[in-house]
Design a protein around this ligand. Structure first.
Ligand SMILES: Cc1cc2nc3c(=O)[nH]c(=O)nc-3n(C[C@H](O)[C@H](O)[C@H](O)COP(=O)(O)O)c2cc1C
Length: 342
């Protein structure tokens, strides 16, 4: 069913099919940080109080807890790692099927399968912190109080570089409201803001009418940056069996199919807020990265591409200096939001 992708969701690494994929190149090995051909280019970026060595991050839910990717990719070259979203208590996630390949991406309805916050702090955070790369912990709560409690607990850990509030998961009931209602969004971000001195990123859903209003609410609540976007709600159907393919009926679409939507949203959010934006959605090539930077993103996250090319983010870090230099710039910030619109 799920052809050509590695299902790495929720910590398990599972190569699910040998069917040739136009994307697959699983024999890629880590590039081990080849020297940049443009050493004069400054790749560092700031997301509010969060400083990153470069703007190429890996997206939550597509990179496990990083340990799973250790032998496949050069973790040390990444601008930041966002592990799978954690919840306060362990969750088993949704019933299968939980991933489906589509013509230009994938549908997933994992349902926040994870071992809970304390297991993360005990077993995953120490490893992540040992990598020397900023760790942005993604959390989801069912209520504002739960978001705030989880944030307060993370505040006790200096290893946490920032917290990404997943107020946008389409696969669990309750969680997505914070990303679709501006008042709820502001309240949850403000509650978390009061509970920590760590930088906060609010991750938005594309499944709204006015994303600018939600982004403004997150900014007013005290978010240091906006991450956009989470997956687009979609569905796959087996017409012969007259049944939905995903166990949860609907799921989130990701990958190349959603890149134009994500670009449009980054552009709209850039018009709506002053805080930096982290672009996410279908990013796989250096052209994709540059498009997002020019449209208004200060950094990007690589998601679905990790499944078929685990070294994608490494390659983008290597290719970025030449792309920045080709625009006559010497640092990333010089190209951010420079799109000329009529
Ligand atoms: C299998 C899978 C699991 C995901 N799990 C999470 C998650 O736990 N938390 C989250 O914030 N986003 C999650 N996402 C969304 C990605 O982080 C990202 O926002 C989205 O896939 C769009 O980027 P992409 O098109 O590059 O994949 C998941 C995506 C996929 C494909």
């Amino acid at each position: 069913m799920c052809r050509g992708y590695i299902a790495l969701a929720c910590g398990e690494l599972r190569f699910v099919s040998p069917v040739p994929s136009p994307f697959a190149n699983l024999s890629d090995r880590p590039s081990q940080s080849e020297p940049s051909p443009n050493p004069a280019i400054d790749l560092s970026v700031s997301l509010g109080r969060l400083s990153l060595p470069n703007p190429i991050l890996v997206a939550s839910g597509t990179f496990g807890y990083a340990r799973e990717m250790e032998g496949l990719t050069d973790l040390s070259s990444l601008g930041g790692i966002i592990p799978k979203t954690i919840t306060r208590e362990a969750r088993a996630g949704n019933v299968p099927w939980r991933t489906i390949e589509t013509p230009a991406g994938m549908l997933n309805s994992i349902g926040l399968d994870n071992d809970g916050q304390e297991a993360f702090l005990a077993h995953h955070l120490p490893y992540l912190a040992s990598l020397g790369v900023p760790v942005i912990v993604s959390i989801a709560g069912r209520t504002i109080d739960e978001f705030v409690e989880m944030t307060a607990r993370l505040d006790e850990f200096a290893e946490v570089g920032a917290i990404e509030l997943n107020i946008s998961c389409p696969n669990v009931s309750g969680g997505v409201d914070f990303g679709t209602d501006p008042q709820s969004c502001e309240r949850v971000v403000a509650g978390c803001r009061a509970a920590t001195s760590h930088p906060l990123l609010a991750k938005l859903t594309p499944n709204v009418t006015d994303v600018g209003a939600i982004a403004r609410s997150a900014e007013q609540g005290g978010a240091d940056a906006i991450s956009a976007i989470n997956t687009c709600l979609g569905m796959a159907v087996d017409w012969r069996g007259r049944r939905p393919l995903l166990g949860n009926v609907m799921g989130g679409l990701s990958g190349p199919a959603i890149k134009p939507i994500a670009l449009r949203i980054v552009y709209q959010v850039a018009q709506a807020v002053e805080v930096p934006i982290v672009g996410i959605g279908g990013i796989a090539t250096i052209d994709d990265v540059m498009e997002f930077l020019v449209a208004g993103a200060s950094a990007v996250q690589i998601g679905t591409a990790n499944f078929y090319r685990p070294t994608a983010a490494n390659a983008l870090v290597d290719e970025l200096p030449a792309a920045i230099a080709s625009l006559g710039a010497s640092r990333v910030g010089e190209v951010v939001g420079t799109l000329a619109t009529p």
